[in-house]
Design a protein around this ligand. Structure first.
Ligand code: SF4
Length: 300
C-alpha cells in the first residue's frame, strides 16, 4: 500500500505506513539539567567552530530581550568564556522598546546580581511603530529593522565588535520555510553576518540548539523570563506572527512522521547543490550538470 499523508485531528499522519510515531528529539523536560547544559554547550561550541564566531579579543554585545533564548545565550557564552582557549568579553545590553509594562528592572537585577557588565537602554520603537503603521498592519519587519539599527549603534557606543543574538535552530528552519512559501526565495538566516557599513558583525551561536532544548534549560535554570510587552507578542489578544506560528505547527506535525525533520532541514542549508537548483547566477547552465540524481528527484 502506498503511504499517504493524512490529517488526523490536528496532526498529520501516514496512512498505510508501518511507521510508528517516533520521538524526534528527547522530551527535554525529562532530561537532567546537567545533560541539557552539556548538549547546549556542545551545540554552541560546534557553531562557534563551524562558523568562526568568536576570536581572541572580541567584545561581544549580547542582546538581552529578557526572553528565554537571550538568557540561554548569555548563560552559555559566559560559562564557555571561563574555559575558552581565547579571551573574549561579554557585555549584556537590554533595550526598553517603549511598551508600557516592560519590566526592565527584572533584567537589570539579574545581570547586576550575576556580575555581568551591562547597559540598560531605551529606544522608543513602540512610538515609531505607532506613527508609521496603520491599524491592522503587522509591524514585525519594521520593528526588527529598528531594533537592529539600535543594536548596531549600541555596539559602536560600547566598543563591541560583535553582536550575539539568540536565534536558534527553529528560527533558522522556520525562516527557511517562510521565505520559500511566501517570498519565493531560498534563504534562511546567517549564523555570522557583517553589516552593510562593515562596522558590525552579528553572530548567532544558538543555530544548532533546538527551541525545545533551550526552553527546558531556561525553565530548569529559573532565569527571569519576561515579555517585551509588544502587543503582537504579549498583548491582551496575543496572536504573534501568524505565518510563523503556522509554519511552527506544520513542522511539529511533520515531525511526527519525519522524526529528524529539524536536523535535516538545518543540514540542507549547509548542503546546497547549485546544479539542481534554478538560480542562473549560481550555476552556468550552458555547462550540463552531471547525472548524479538527488534522492528526492521523482520519475515524472
Ligand atoms: S512580535 Fe513584537 S517585538 Fe517581535 S518583531 Fe513583532 S512587533 Fe517586534
Amino acid at each position: 500500500m502506498q503511504d499517504t499523508l493524512v490529517r488526523r485531528g490536528n496532526k498529520l499522519s501516514l496512512q498505510g505506513d508501518q511507521l510508528k510515531t517516533p520521538q524526534a528529539q528527547p522530551n527535554w523536560n525529562e532530561v537532567s539539567l546537567d545533560k541539557i547544559r552539556t548538549k547546549l554547550t556542545r551545540a554552541v561550541g560546534q557553531a562557534i567552530g563551524d562558523f568562526d564566531l568568536i576570536s581572541d579579543g572580541d567584545r561581544i554585545m549580547v542582546a538581552i530581550s529578557g526572553g528565554k533564548d537571550s538568557w540561554a545565550l548569555l548563560d552559555i557564552l559566559s560559562q564557555m568564556q571561563k574555559r575558552a582557549p581565547v579571551d573574549y568579553k561579554i557585555i549584556a545590553v537590554n533595550i526598553d522598546q517603549g511598551y508600557s509594562g516592560f519590566r526592565q528592572d527584572i533584567v537589570e537585577e539579574y545581570v547586576r546580581k550575576n556580575g555581568f557588565e551591562y547597559h540598560m537602554e531605551f529606544f522608543d520603537i513602540a512610538g515609531i511603530i505607532e506613527e508609521k503603521t496603520k491599524p491592522g498592519d503587522t509591524p514585525c519587519s519594521l520593528c526588527a529593522r529598528l531594533r537592529r539599527g539600535s543594536l548596531y549603534g549600541l555596539a559602536e557606543k560600547y566598543n563591541c565588535n560583535k553582536i550575539a543574538l539568540g536565534h536558534h535552530q527553529d528560527d533558522f528552519i522556520e525562516t527557511l520555510l517562510l521565505n520559500s512559501f511566501f517570498v519565493g526565495r531560498l534563504a534562511s538566516m546567517a549564523p555570522k553576518l557583517i553589516s552593510d557599513d562593515k562596522k558590525n558583525i552579528v553572530i548567532r551561536p544558538l543555530v544548532y540548539a533546538s527551541e525545545a532544548m533551550i526552553k527546558s534549560y531556561v525553565t530548569k535554570m529559573g532565569f527571569p523570563v519576561i515579555c517585551c510587552q509588544c502587543p503582537i507578542m504579549c498583548g491582551e489578544t496575543v496572536h504573534g506572527d501568524y505565518k510563523r506560528r503556522m509554519i511552527k505547527k506544520l513542522i511539529d506535525q511533520l515531525e511526527l512522521v519525519i522524526p529528524n525533520i529539524r536536523d535535516s532541514l538545518l543540514a540542507s542549508l549547509g548542503n546546497l547543490q547549485p546544479s539542481h537548483l534554478l538560480d542562473k547566477d549560481l550555476w552556468d547552465f550552458k555547462t550540463p550538470a552531471d547525472m548524479t540524481t538527488p534522492v528526492s528527484e521523482s520519475c515524472s
